[in-house]
Every structure is written in structure tokens, then in C-alpha cells.
Design a protein around this ligand. Structure first.
Ligand code: ZN
Length: 113
């Protein structure tokens, strides 16, 4: 099992660890990459459905209606097992350990607005 530094899966930019963000009606732990991808951290690793919506809402700058109207073809997602203490992600299978999940989302192309 290997670990590597947290990097954006879309542009390979090295990223800071997720921070607590309160924005409009959203409360989440995550960040934004320079390539416009956003990432959201789920401490438990069991709530991926919920952070999916958080991430999409974050991607839509807090507009839940817009997030709910997105088609799966509009965006791409990548999730990692993430260790907040070392700011590293697992490479390969690491299902035995309890770790959080980090979900990345990015629009496939400019949304046009
Ligand atoms: Zn990026």
C-alpha cells in the first residue's frame, strides 16, 4: 500500500488539505483547485451520496437548484481514500483501514454562464 501527496486528479496540482467552508447555505470541508475542480471531504467515508450533492452544490457556487439539474454527462468525479493527518491519499485498495473520502468534481466543459 502506497500513499501519495494530495494532488488534483484532473490537473496534478498539489493541493492544500481541506478546510471548513461555510458558503451561502453550505457547510462543508473541502477546497477548490486552480483548474476549477472542487473537492469535498467526508470524514466517515460512509456518506459519499451526501457529499456528492455537497460537491455539486459547491461546484455550482452554492446554487442547489442548479446542482440538482445537472446531468451526469456535465461533470466528472474522482474519489480517493484520504488521510487528513498526513494530507495523503491511498493508492490502490485500502479498504481495511478506516479512512475518509475525498471527492473531486469538475465540469467537463465550461457551463456557458
Ligand atoms: Zn486541478
Amino acid at each position: 500500500m502506497r500513499r501519495k501527496e494530495l494532488q488534483c486528479p484532473f490537473c496534478n496540482n498539489l493541493l492544500a488539505r481541506p478546510v471548513d467552508i461555510i458558503f451561502k447555505a453550505m457547510e462543508l470541508t473541502g477546497g477548490i483547485c486552480r483548474c476549477s475542480a472542487v473537492y469535498v471531504f467526508d470524514r466517515t467515508g460512509h456518506n459519499l451520496g451526501e457529499i456528492y450533492l455537497d460537491a455539486l452544490t459547491f461546484l455550482c457556487r452554492g446554487e442547489l437548484d442548479k446542482a440538482l439539474s445537472l446531468n451526469p454527462e456535465d461533470y466528472e468525479t474522482v474519489d480517493f481514500d484520504y488521510d487528513q493527518h498526513t494530507n495523503t491519499v491511498s493508492v490502490g485498495r485500502d479498504r481495511a483501514r478506516k479512512s475518509g473520502k475525498l471527492l473531486f468534481v469538475r465540469f467537463k466543459k465550461p457551463s456557458g454562464d
